[in-house]
Design a protein around this ligand. Structure first.
Ligand code: ADP
Ligand code: MG
Length: 636
């Protein structure tokens, strides 16, 4: 029998392992199953290349709970180890790996900085066990080995009893970790970390209907027919799907396969995804995966089912921040890559060149997919636009590469539900909506009902009005204005329509300068100046006499600040700014000027102002009540 002391420089590593990884104890199971998987895959490889002259068969990994004995078993049928190999791989290699790991991270072990604790490996077993045994037999014709270690640096290594090739790890679960003797807890962990691992994992058995049994119809003595019960058989309960969709070739998958894999990933999601994107590269890095566009609508905050990150089919995390560009974290699906460094902090990840490449590959792939969806079936794409626009618009804002490509698929709907690409829009409006300074003015509304009268006024001029209603649209148009030549966006209610798109000045005023001054003074006396800036305009006599507008710049800055970033500092808290545009050519204005008594003038002004406010949805509460009262008394 060999007895020894593991070569420790840290006095006792096991308490350290426990202490530093406290929050993540559960990963021991993932580590041990990863080792069992590695050992099995190694054997597969060796038999394939003819180096192992054994039957590979259909190996499984088994996880077994012995509640009475307070033990957890992980058993594989992989390469196994000889005594010398245990000495080498467990006592030296695995230990030095664990030691190095702790050395590197013990200062940063606050839990937040690290994604997965890959690298600690085998010794993570001591986070939950006070004694660990390895019973193993190599696929080479050698004696079995039996290693035992009770958590101190001393171990024993003797000749073992194991007959079959493979390895059994036995954890004597510590008193503070008995949760890992509960079937439900282990099942939960297996489903979390191992749901798509490449070797079948057996956890107990289950009863299913015998597929070879066809229940007969039986007739009882009263002539009533019924089916006899289906015969039950007991089968291994295999936890995982060893061949998940993302490991297959896109050409081997149909639309339905992608949908059913989505259900497998997110069993609690009842809504179908809009479409999927298969990621598949092997140079200059390795990455596979499937991303899904879910129905998002306006809600940017639903983050329940997130993209899952795997490393060779082992679940690592569902926090892909830093790996996937931020705008795509709203998507769902799976990314699998052995090339993403896992045991490093997020700030390091974001600076890592390989990770940057991965991120820009994903961005490009998503842009290409959107482009081809648009080209293949425009109508379908338009129908989905409302559900995907938030992601696309966010991507246009945050990723320049994506922005460059977005002209091929980004859509601008008008208020009547017609969709334009930017190019189409430009072609359509350029002539009519270019102002006297040669600027192309793009009119938009954010709400068809609230801005109805302004939309109508613009349409009457033959202008096109877009409907841009996503939460981040103010940021997006800001970006479009700076990247396209000589254009500006204005909301239809930002000013009087003739001012929004200024053509050559042809307006003739009915009022004399004297009358204008008189009107201006009168209005300023009656209308509170802190609420409205009065602006006199000689407009078409048929246009509304009073109209409230909200200057584009101020409103947009405010909106940008409310939706995060951009805008001008402090604007978010500024009061709303409104202009009151008064049409000096309207009949009503003439009437106000011609009215003799001051009281009647005030009544007309207040009534007109209230009507203008009403059409902007600004008349509420007490003011609305007194408006209604006043209106009744006027029609009496
Ligand atoms: P890693 O898996 O990163 O190499 P581990 O600490 O998890 O580090 O394991 C150390 C080594 O122990 C493995 O590389 C392998 O050689 C050996 N080993 C661990 N578990 C098994 C197993 N179930 N079957 C065969 N060899 C194993
Ligand atoms: Mg390992």
């Amino acid at each position: 029998m060999a007895k020894g002391t593991i070569n420790v420089s840290v006095e006792n590593i096991f308490p350290l392992i426990k202490k530093f990884l406290y929050s993540d104890h559960e990963i021991f199971l993932r580590e041990l199953i990863s080792n069992a998987t590695d050992a099995t895959m190694k054997l597969k490889h060796l038999t394939n290349i003819g180096e192992a002259k054994v039957e590979y068969g259909n190996p499984q990994i088994e996880v077994k709970i012995d509640k009475k004995g307070k033990k957890l078993h992980i058993i594989d049928q992989g390469v196994g180890m000889s005594k010398e190999e245990v000495e080498k791989y467990i006592n030296e290699v695995a230990f030095s790996g664990a030691e190095e790991f702790l050395d590197k991270y013990k200062d940063k072990m606050d839990g937040a900085g690290i994604i997965g604790h890959f690298g600690l490996g085998f010794y993570s077993a001591f986070m939950v066990a006070d004694k660990v045994e390895i019973k193993t037999k190599s696929f080479k014709d050698e004696d079995a080995a039996h290693w035992t270690c009770d958590g101190s640096p001393e171990f024993t290594l003797v000749k073992g009893e194991r007959k079959e090739r493979g390895t059994e790890i036995i954890l004597h679960i510590a008193d503070d970790s008995t949760e890992f003797l509960e079937e439900s807890r282990i099942r939960e962990l297996l489903l979390k970390y191992n749901k798509f691992m490449p070797i079948p994992i057996k956890f107990g058995t289950k009863e299913i209907n015998d597929p070879d049994h066809e229940p007969k119809t039986i007739t009882d003595k009263d002539g009533k027919e019924s089916k006899e019960p289906h015969k039950q058989i007991t089968v291994d309960d295999i936890i995982n799907n060893p061949d998940p969709a993302w490991t297959k070739q896109p050409t081997d998958l149909k639309n339905e396969d992608y949908k059913s894999f989505y259900r497998e990933l997110y069993p609690m999601q009842f809504e179908e995804p809009l479409f999927s994107i298969h990621l598949n590269v092997d140079y200059p890095f390795n990455l596979t995966g499937i991303l899904y566009f879910p129905k998002l609508g306006q809600d940017m905050n639903i983050q329940k089912d997130r993209i899952q990150l795997y490393q060779n089919q082992v679940f690592v995390t569902d926090n892909v921040e830093g790996i996937v560009p931020e705008f795509l974290t709203m998507l769902r699906g799976v990314i699998d890559s052995p090339d993403i460094p896992l045991n490093v902090s997020r700030s390091y990840l974001q600076a890592d060149a390989a990770v940057k490449k991965i991120s820009s590959y994903i961005t490009r792939k998503v842009a290409d997919k959107l482009k081809s969806l648009f080209n293949e079936n425009r109508e379908d794409f338009e129908n989905k636009w409302d559900d995907i626009k938030v992601v696309i618009e966010y991507g246009m804002l945050s990723e320049d590469k994506f922005f460059e490509k977005s002209d091929a698929f980004a859509l601008y709907p008008n208020v009547d539900g017609k969709y334009f690409t930017y190019e189409e829009l430009e072609k359509k409006i350029k002539k009519n909506q270019t102002d006297k300074d040669d600027k192309m003015v793009i009119l938009y509304a954010s709400n068809k009902d609230e801005q109805h009268s302004y939309i109508e006024a613009a349409k009457a001029k033959g202008y096109e009005v877009l409907l841009l209603d996503s939460p981040i649209v103010s940021h997006l148009i800001q970006k479009l204005e700076t990247s396209k030549e000589n254009i500006s966006f204005v909301r239809v209610d930002a000013d009087h329509i003739d001012k929004l798109i200024k053509k050559e000045d042809t307006a003739i005023s009915k009022l004399s300068d004297e009358e204008k001054t008189k009107l201006d003074e009168l209005l300023k006396e009656v209308i509170p100046s802190e609420k409205f800036m009065v602006q006199l305009e000689p407009m078409d006599s048929e246009a509304a006499p009073f109209m409230i507008t909200q200057p584009e710049f101020m409103r947009r800055m405010k909106e940008m600040q409310q939706t995060g970033g951009g805008g001008m500092f402090g604007m978010g808290n500024m009061p709303e700014m409104y202009n009151l545009v008064v049409n000096t050519n309207s009949e009503l204005v003439g009437q106000i000027l011609g009215t003799k008594t001051r009281k009647k003038q005030e009544r007309l002004i207040n009534q007109s102002l209230d009507l203008a406010r009403l059409s902007q949805g600004l008349l509420k509460g007490e003011e609305l009540t007194s408006f209604i009262k006043r209106s009744y008394s006027m029609i009496k």
